[in-house]
Design a protein around this ligand. Structure first.
Ligand SMILES: NC(=O)c1ccc[n+]([C@@H]2O[C@H](COP(=O)([O-])OP(=O)(O)OC[C@H]3O[C@@H](n4cnc5c(N)ncnc54)[C@H](O)[C@@H]3O)[C@@H](O)[C@H]2O)c1
Length: 441
């Protein structure tokens, strides 16, 4: 099939590349010239395991191309995926859908054959209907009777494991209202299911809602466990033992119940916010989901509070070594990363920061911590320790899992670790003479 992915970010680039890899002809379009120039010169603008190789392979075989020319890309495609960002509007909890509607308008300005338009971006319930209306208006202006379908196909890939998630999905949710659209979408996705069918077909609004419900459920598990960890600390229980105790119950399960520094990323924070807004606009107060966000906002600063408790309110003259900046391991994405909040809080109190992350240092320097004073970035994990007063672990990259504790102890000024991600629970740090602070204990 001939596909056009509008928006070449984490979702558009990964899904476009995977679609090309199974034999489709794919054009990835973006308004960001710099991104497209990088891709056309063989450099991926994002870090995602395995992505560089897959892009190269499909680019060389001419199944995958990159362009800033939206009109031309749309014209030559049968199925058009809208994968643009849907951020939260500034100073508001409304979702900014301007990019989505702009695409919808563009799609039918210059075309003359039947198309399927798929919203892959996460969009509030009812957006597909508005996209449909926008397109219809464009067609009416041209007195055109062109046929088109709008489909909702929410994306569930996880950054850090995006290619595996896309190539071997748990499920593909398709919301549509025509047999033709369901048939074409099944044709497109069938090569991804070799052992069994994993399609879940439904109406469009339910598909849009499914994405929000999935993210809100996962965020709820995280905030629930963080709240339990905070209570554990008060009552002298160990959150990690509690985690094992409850995870063994199959109705609960072990996934997403690690206590930590709170969730971040481009999806959970904005989607949880959006869902409360969607509910509110429809006359319902989503109390549980609102609380999930409040617990998370507070959780991002729990580790900084532990540092203040140990060193005092004024951190002037102290240096903290940070391990991990990205919002989770396996990605360079720092959107809403807890590290941003923790570092800003420590700097505000006068501290100096030495930070290391395997992939996200450029993102920190160029965007998320740009202009924040007193941060030095280093290129190896042990370099953050020299002359630092404590080590703070914020992202559970594999390379932090089994460090040389004797080396940590010898390099730090005072041998103290604040472990926001509960990496070191299996190690008996006390025998190594390290002071150890973690969430939930
Ligand atoms: N990142 C994830 O893990 C993930 C997972 C599932 C769903 N989603 C959803 O998918 C959507 C995209 O997320 P992302 O992380 O890929 O975003 P992103 O910010 O990485 O990429 C979006 C891209 O769209 C481009 N763009 C914006 N307007 C455009 C226009 N008019 N024409 C062409 N390009 C345009 C931007 O330049 C940018 O490169 C969001 O709705 C998000 O919630 C994201």
């Amino acid at each position: 099939m001939k596909l056009c992915m509008i928006g070449t970010g984490y979702v558009g680039l990964v899904s476009g590349t995977c679609f090309a890899d199974i034999g489709n002809q794919v054009i990835c379009v973006d308004k960001d010239k710099n991104k497209i120039e990088k891709l056309n010169s063989g450099v991926s603008p994002i870090y995602e395991p395995g992505l560089d190789e897959l892009i190269k392979k499909n680019y060389l075989s001419k199944r995958l191309s990159f362009s800033t020319n939206l009109k031309k890309s749309i014209k030559s495609s049968d199925v058009i995926f809208i994968c643009v960002g849907t951020p939260t509007k500034k100073n508001s909890i409304n979702v900014d859908l301007s990019f989505v509607y702009k695409c919808a308008k563009e799609i039918f300005k210059n075309t003359n054959k039947k198309k399927i338009i798929v919203t892959k971006s996460t969009v509030p319930v009812g957006t597909a209907d508005k996209v449909k209306a926008t397109i219809q208006k464009e067609l009416d202006l041209r007195s055109s009777d062109l046929q088109f379908d709008v489909v909702s196909n929410p994306e569930f890939l996880k950054e850090g494991a995006a290619i595996v998630d896309f190539m071997k999905p748990d499920r593909v949710v398709i919301g549509a209202d025509s047999k033709y659209a369901f048939k074409k979408m099944k044709e497109l996705y069938s090569p991804f299911f070799r052992s069994r069918d994993r399609f879940i077909t439904m109406d469009i609004r339910s598909a849009e809602m499914t994405k929000y419900a999935a993210n809100a459920m996962l965020a709820t598990k995280i905030s629930f466990m963080n709240e339990i960890a905070n209570i554990c600390e008060k009552v002298g229980a160990d959150a990690n033992q509690v985690r094992l105790g409850i995870g063994a119950d199959q109705r609960i399960g072990y996934s997403f119940i690690y206590p930590g520094v709170g969730y971040g990323g481009s999806c959970f924070p904005k989607d949880v916010k959006a869902l409360t807004k969607i509910a509110e606009e429809n006359g319902y107060t989503a109390e549980l989901i609102t609380a999930v966000e409040q617990v998370n906002d507070a959780q991002k600063l729990v580790i900084a509070q532990k540092i203040v408790k140990r060193f005092g309110e004024d951190l002037t003259g102290l240096t903290f070594g940070i391990w991990g900046l990205s919002f989770k391991p396996g990605t360079d994405d720092m959107r809403e990363a807890p590290a941003i909040y923790v570092i800003k809080e420590l700097v505000k109190r006068g501290a100096k920061i030495k930070a290391y992350d395997p992939k996200a240092i450029n993102e920190a320097k160029e965007h998320y911590l740009k202009g924040v004073q007193n941060i030095t970035y280093v290129t190896s994990k042990y370099d953050v320790l020299n002359n630092s007063d404590a080590l703070v672990l914020l992202t559970e990259w594999k390379e932090f899992r089994s460090p040389d504790f004797d080396k940590i102890k010898s390099l730090l000024k005072s041998p103290i670790i604040f472990d926001g991600r509960n990496q070191y629970i299996v190690y008996d740090l006390e025998n190594k003479g390290l002071e150890y602070y973690r969430i939930g204990k």
